[in-house]
Design a protein around this ligand. Structure first.
Ligand code: SF4
Length: 358
């Protein structure tokens, strides 16, 4: 005989899966049947990026690289260019490496088990669980911030999400197994994600429209507004990027490629010097002046904030009398037209600086 707890959990599983079957948003990667490669691309894009932004880039990316094999054959510059605008470019490099691993180790087919998926670069337990359960119907849980919030509220656990992940994975594992036994594991898992994204939102959950409202302990106690507890804020690092946009007599712009590491690794930029404020502020314009480039005053200044950084960009403009002398400064540099620059991998801040958009 199932315990009262198990009976309640079975109801949750059924209601979420049934609700999702009727309420799922028609997103580009939710094809029938699901395609494992498209799911992989969408899951990696959705890590740290909003659905609306991913929707703008997803179709273009999979049109350019329609299979894991096509992505594996591409060079990194092409992949980063197609990723432009999504940010967190490390994900693009890892997805590219994952495609190569899929070709080398799995004959071009995305693997089906959580274990094999987790061995792909950039694929963690959440992404592996999502693909294994949603695409292949495997008994696998998924937990991200949205799912953890829903589970914490249903159980009325007043914890911060980051403190509750161990508990949430155990709870999700139990529920996924119940869902798998009833043939709805994909719909249930994706339904939990959808519930967290559209109904059980952080600030104002719409309990009146929720399929599990009658089973939700937080709602019964009226505590849903204070679950999960806010987490301690991470320190935000302040940085300044001094940028010089150098133009030659033909109207081309000087661009350089960043080294492989860090947030914008492998992307292109106008010559940029980063520092943490203070005395180093004019280093780049001083260097340019030594090479015979007259650097103007700050022409544009704007702030770019990410989760862990607040970056101020200060942009100066300059004309190069001897363009060749600027190519041999250590970094990979070239002169490029605006059309050529539009096809390079650029961060959104550098796109704004070099092309006036982004
Ligand atoms: S009833 Fe409200 S708090 Fe509970 S899961 Fe549904 S939306 Fe979230």
């Amino acid at each position: 005989m199932a315990s009262e707890r198990t009976k309640a959990e079975i109801k949750i599983v059924r209601r979420v899966a049934r609700w999702f079957a009727g309420a799922a948003r028609p997103l580009a990667w939710r094809t029938t049947p699901r395609d494992a490669y498209r799911s992989l691309v969408s899951e990696v894009m959705l890590q740290q990026t909003q659905v609306s932004r991913v929707l703008e880039k997803f179709d273009g990316f999979v049109a350019r690289f329609p299979t894991a094999a096509a992505l594996a054959r591409a060079d990194e510059g092409e992949v980063l260019a197609a990723w432009s605008g999504l940010g967190y470019y490390r994900r693009a490099r890892l997805l590219h490496a994952a495609a190569r691993a899929i070709v080398q180790r799995h004959a071009g087919e995305v693997p089906r088990s959580v274990e094999a998926l987790c061995e792909l670069p950039g694929v963690g337990r959440y992404t592996a669980g999502a693909i294994a359960s949603i695409v292949f119907g495997r008994d696998a849980p998924i937990v991200d911030g949205n799912v953890a919030r829903v589970l914490l509220r249903i159980s009325a656990r007043p914890l911060a999400t980051d403190k509750a992940m161990g508990w949430a994975w155990k709870k999700a594992e139990r529920l996924a197994t119940l869902a798998h036994g009833r043939g709805v594991v994909g719909g249930f898992n994706e339904g939990l994600m959808e519930l967290g994204a559209t109904i059980c939102t952080p600030a104002s959950p719409r309990c009146g429209s929720c399929p599990v409202a009658r089973l939700c302990a937080a709602r019964a106690k009226g505590t849903q507004g204070s679950i999960p507890r806010p987490k301690a804020r991470a320190a935000v690092r302040a940085m300044v990027c001094e940028v010089v946009v150098v133009v030659d007599r033909l109207g081309r712009l000087l661009v350089e490629r960043r080294g492989a590491g860090g947030m914008w690794g492998g992307l292109w930029q106008a010559p940029t010097h980063e520092h943490e404020g203070g005395a180093a502020a004019r280093n780049l314009s001083t260097l340019m002046a030594l090479q015979g480039v007259r650097v103007g005053r700050v022409a544009m200044e704007f702030e770019h904030a990410t989760t862990h950084r607040r970056v101020v960009f200060r942009v100066r403009r300059a004309r190069a009398a001897r363009p060749e002398s600027l190519l041999a400064l250590g970094r990979e540099r070239r002169w490029a037209t605006r059309e050529e620059i539009a096809g390079l991998g650029l961060s959104s801040a550098q796109r704004r600086i070099l092309l006036g958009d982004g």
